[in-house]
Write a protein that binds this ligand. Structure first.
Ligand SMILES: [Zn+2]
Length: 306
């Protein structure tokens, strides 16, 4: 099916008590792994592209890749810009056909963050594309865990979230509640009460960044409290590169690229599957009935979901 926006997807997830996985892709194999697994799990999914990935390959390349993957899938697929750092990158992605944007002004003073977010929202809403904003700050680590006391200074305050939401008009909100970007160890614990208080105050879907570093047992409570989109990037990169290292260790003279990207793609699929199940989004894609009731696409026929 064509790309869908994140608006209805996230509002429905927030209402029904699960979270949609938002997985970062850096190449074709990652896009395929994410969308194929979402389809196997009958889960709605967000493929997100960072500004770094866009600098690497171009917004148009990723738009084309994800549109092809979405077209072949019978589950809703969103193409989202992750951490757009300025207005320009947001406009470029809008033009390239992204169906969801993010402006991250968390490094800026409050008023400046609001002003630019508002600009992105006004432009994107003209063509029906929703926007994620960030208030508070999810810090980035060198891979290690950050002491909770240190993280607290970055936490999102519910009253600040309300003011930001009302002034900017964002559709979803990234919050700082105990996670950090690029953590290679899974040790972070979350301030669940804070998540619930923010959700209560703003009533829009909340987004958890840096989920690779968050302990699995924190996730169900965070989702129940109001997290409706969960970002996973580092963990996918970890397993992808681990498989490539393994393939090279087994045969250092291999020159056929596919001999190491294929197992890497397969390994990413299993992490995506685990996350989809942990977030509770498996089976949440609206059923598509074709070919006399079977869940199918041209080259795949499976049983319809209950
Ligand atoms: Zn992030």
């Amino acid at each position: 099916m064509p790309l869908v926006t994140s608006k209805d997807l996230l509002e429905r997830a927030a209402r029904e008590g699960y979270a949609v996985g938002a997985f970062n892709a850096n190449n074709m194999e990652m896009v395929q792994a994410i969308v194929e697994t979402a389809e196997e799990e009958k889960a709605p999914v967000i493929v997100q592209i960072s500004q770094g990935a866009i600098n690497y390959a171009g917004a148009d390349y990723f738009a084309a890749l994800v549109k092809i993957a979405a077209q072949k899938a019978l589950v809703p697929v969103v193409l989202h810009l992750d951490h757009g750092m300025d207005l320009r990158i947001n406009v470029q992605c809008l033009r390239a056909g992204f169906s969801s944007l993010m402006f991250d002004g968390s490094r800026l003073p409050f008023a400046e963050n609001v002003a630019i977010t508002r600009q992105v929202v006004e432009l994107a809403h003209m063509v029906g594309v929703p926007v994620e904003g960030e208030i508070g700050k999810v810090p980035t680590t060198g891979g290690e865990a950050v002491p909770y006391e240190e993280l607290r200074q970055f936490f999102t305050k519910p009253e600040e979230a309300v003011e930001f939401f009302q002034a900017s008009g964002v559709d979803s909100l990234a919050v700082s509640v105990g996670s950090a970007h690029k953590m290679k160890v899974q040790e972070a614990i979350l301030d669940i009460e804070r998540i619930a208080a923010i959700r209560e105050a703003v009533q829009i879907p909340l987004v958890l960044h840096g989920a690779s570093g968050v302990k699995d047992d924190q996730i169900p409570a965070a989702v129940k409290a109001g997290i409706a989109k969960i970002n996973v990037a580092t963990e996918l990169g970890k397993v992808y590169t681990a498989e490539i290292k393994r393939a090279f260790a087994a045969d250092p003279d291999e020159v056929d690229l596919r001999k190491y990207t294929a197992p890497a793609r397969a390994a990413v699929k299993e992490v995506v599957r685990e996350k989809i199940r942990l977030f509770g989004s498996q089976g949440k894609a609206p059923a598509v009935f074709v070919d006399g009731g079977a869940w199918s696409r041209p080259d795949v026929v499976r049983e319809a979901p209950e």
